[in-house]
Design a binder for this molecule. Structure first.
Ligand code: ATP
Length: 292
């Protein structure tokens, strides 16, 4: 088997607990998962389940209490500051709110050029301009807009700009932390299509963090389900959708609204039959349509 690009082993993170009176909180407990190059792993769970903590620990934005984070075989958690700065280039993150990554007082062209200024010191201004323009085109935006400011764009366009900023240095791994959660359904599907195209064209590897199982159905190869900092279920996306094993996963799936109430009823009946181990008449063996 190929070595995974990202291999997270027994990752644990505890918040607090330093002072004599403060209590500690285990945000992640012994969490392990891996992603192969060019694939997408979805990490799903409700708010507070530890998804963002996992992302922050992988990027070393919070300190892990234990575990290993192997990127291409190198343990990110054991790197010294200098090595870490160098390896940060290989891991980029796109957040739910692009305002957090786009400086409102900088033009979007300057914001997208920022990672190049930090990590590609070999480039001159013309070289940077060329790569920024190409990243802009890749995400479907006109290069005429490079001199504009974030407030001049819609939410979907801002998210495209944040994606351009993440991919401009061609990282090995892109972490998408609720990256489409703030968008309306049709913009969401456009951005998901864009992510899929970028993966096909550039061989991108994604760690896709979301509370909403419906958005990863057609994008993720595999899913891990986090609850209170622990993995309760994992598997190929289609299998988890068709036949979730853990009651928590079933609850998450049932929370995904279906446009058609009849389909919603059929889905509940299907889950009840699956829970009883009843294969039914075979008509329900196919995955239910969870996304619009
Ligand atoms: N800096 C922090 N200090 C203390 N506790 C924290 C901190 N950050 C997160 N937590 C706690 O850790 C747990 C996991 O939080 P985390 O943000 O990772 O969850 P999440 O699944 O990403 O949820 P959300 O989508 O709402 O951000 C929660 O109980 C949260 O309150």
């Amino acid at each position: 088997m190929n070595q995974p690009l990202l291999d997270v082993q027994s990752l644990s993170v505890t918040y607090g607990g330093r002072g004599r009176r403060s209590t500690s909180m285990h945000a992640l407990a012994d969490v392990s998962f891996s992603v192969e190059r060019g694939k997408t792993l979805a990490v799903v769970g409700e708010s507070g389940s530890g998804k963002s903590t996992a992302a922050r620990a992988i990027l070393r934005l919070v300190e892990a209490r234990g575990g290993r984070v192997l990127l291409n075989g190198t343990d990110i958690l054991s790197l010294d500051r200098r090595e870490l700065r160098r390896r940060r280039r290989d891991m980029q993150i796109v957040l739910q709110d692009p305002y957090s990554s786009l400086d409102p007082s900088s033009t979007v062209g300057d914001s997208v050029a920022e990672p190049l200024r930090v990590h590609r010191r070999d480039l001159d201004a013309a070289g940077r301009r060329e790569l920024v323009a190409s990243a802009f085109e890749r995400v479907g935006l006109s290069t005429h807009h490079l001199g504009r400011y974030p407030y001049e764009f819609s939410g979907g366009q801002r998210q495209r700009i944040a994606i351009a900023r993440a991919i401009v240095i061609e990282p090995e791994l892109v972490i998408l932390d609720e990256a489409v959660s703030a968008l309306d359904v049709s913009t969401q599907s456009q951005v998901l299509n864009l992510l899929r195209d970028l993966q096909t064209d550039m061989g991108m590897t994604y760690l896709f963090i979301t509370h909403d199982l419906s958005v990863v159905r057609n994008l993720a190869d595999d899913v891990v389900v986090l609850r209170s900092g622990e993995i309760v279920e994992r598997g190929e996306t289609a299998t988890v959708y068709r036949d979730p094993q853990h009651p928590y996963t079933r609850t998450l799936l049932d929370a995904v609204p279906l446009p058609d109430p009849q389909a919603q009823r059929r889905r509940r009946a299907q889950r009840r039959r699956a829970a009883r181990g009843d294969a039914g008449d075979g008509q329900d063996a196919s995955p239910v349509a969870l996304s619009a």
